[in-house]
Design a protein around this ligand. Structure first.
Ligand code: PMP
Length: 370
């Protein structure tokens, strides 16, 4: 990457597609015209050739090692984004059964997932944080999961509200626990053995848009009926090593590089979590110190390490904040159109300096406008 291009890069707080680690972008650029050993670009080679097969196998092995994923689980690289998983999960685990799928609802993405699941069968929302405007996650005892549920579903980090589960919700051993981890997978270690399915679109913490990672316990692969459209049946993808049809090759390639960056440069997910805790604390400390000016959305015990959400006293100040921040190279801070406010997305690739630059800007803005 030329020095000029690097210097023009802003601190990018976009919620997704989001900032990627600079060393990854630089490697992609270096290899873009000619992938070592391929004589062609990653965009131009067959997914069945040895070079790409090595890439996908290495991406899977690196993810398995980072997350501690055992052979009891398949790791799939799919298309269709996280949204297709809203349908694929109930299509495989609920369709055609007389069971009920139970959902914990803590924000906008969970709500959308429930809407899709209802098309496939019986769905029950056993916890809904609506009354407090989705500012927290439930604690143990706030909901009851049936031993006979088809699965228990939750969204570990609601990207729009900035609300994150600090750990897995309680779930009986007989019930597969399913998580939409689209905006927090790889931000910390995860006890995969507690899950039936964990999935994430890549474009926040793991790579570019176009690839979705699904980690699924192998005993759940046989649940989909033969009448399901082939693409929707997890078993086809697992049997075909994610090559049942052409996988999203570029996305898998970048995802593999991000996984290596996490393992080799950062030192693994525990080290990543430590950095993420420090980074998010820098911003929450400003929100708390200027609590007359900044109103944090999430309750303290449910604050997200990835999406820091807060409001200013009025819409005019909010607009001023966003435009003045942009002048300081602090970009994409506008909250989601459905809830407004400010959202600073600080995924793994956001450097601590970016967070500190935002914190300094916030303090200054509050003093000048408070
Ligand atoms: N779930 C969560 C938690 C998300 O943040 C998003 C994307 N913002 C989605 C699902 C939808 O992802 P996609 O656009 O890849 O379908």
């Amino acid at each position: 990457m030329s020095a000029t291009a690097t210097a023009q890069r802003v601190y990018n707080f976009s919620a997704g597609p989001a900032a990627l680690p600079l060393p990854v972008l630089q490697q992609v650029q270096d290899e873009f015209l000619c992938l070592p050993g391929a004589g062609a670009s990653i965009l131009e080679i067959s997914h069945r050739g040895k070079v790409f097969v090595d890439i996908i196998q290495d991406a899977e092995a690196t993810l398995r090692s980072l997350l501690g994923i055992s052979d009891d689980y398949a790791v799939l690289f799919l298309q269709g984004g996280a949204l297709l998983q809203f349908s694929m999960i109930p299509a495989n685990l609920l369709r055609g059964t007389d069971k009920t799928a139970q959902y914990l609802l803590t924000g906008s993405w969970g709500k959308k997932a429930i809407g899709e699941a209802k098309k496939e069968g019986n769905v029950e929302t056993i916890y809904d944080a609506k009354d407090s405007n989705y500012d927290h996650v439930p604690g143990p005892g706030d909901y009851a999961v049936s031993d006979a549920a088809a699965y228990l579903y939750y969204c570990s980090n609601e990207t729009i509200q900035g609300v994150q589960f600090p750990s897995e919700p309680e779930c009986p051993a007989s019930v597969p626990l399913v998580s939409d981890a689209s905006s927090d997978l790889l931000c910390r270690p995860l006890p995969i053995d507690k899950y039936g399915i964990v999935y994430a679109c890549a474009q926040k913490n793991a790579g570019p848009a176009g690839v979705t990672l699904v980690v699924i316990r192998r005993d759940l692969l046989d649940r989909g009926s033969e009448n399901l459209p082939g693409y929707l049946n997890y078993k086809n993808h697992a049997d075909g090593d994610s090559m049942w049809n052409t996988p999203p090759t570029f996305g898998v390639y970048v995802l593999g590089k991000v996984a290596h960056w996490l393992a080799d440069d950062i030192g693994g997910l525990a080290a990543m979590e430590k950095l993420n805790r420090e980074k998010s604390q820098v911003l929450y400390d400003v929100v708390d110190s200027f609590s007359e000016f900044y109103k944090g959305h999430a309750q303290p015990g449910s604050r997200s390490l990835m999406n820091v959400t807060f409001n200013l006293p009025n819409d005019d100040l909010q607009a001023k904040f966003i435009s003045e921040a942009a002048e300081h190279d602090l970009a994409s801070l506008k909250g989601h159109r459905s809830v407004g406010g400010i959202r600073a997305s600080i995924y793994n690739a956001m450097p601590r300096e970016g967070v500190e630059a935002l914190a300094n800007f916030m303090k200054d803005f509050a003093v000048k406008n408070g």
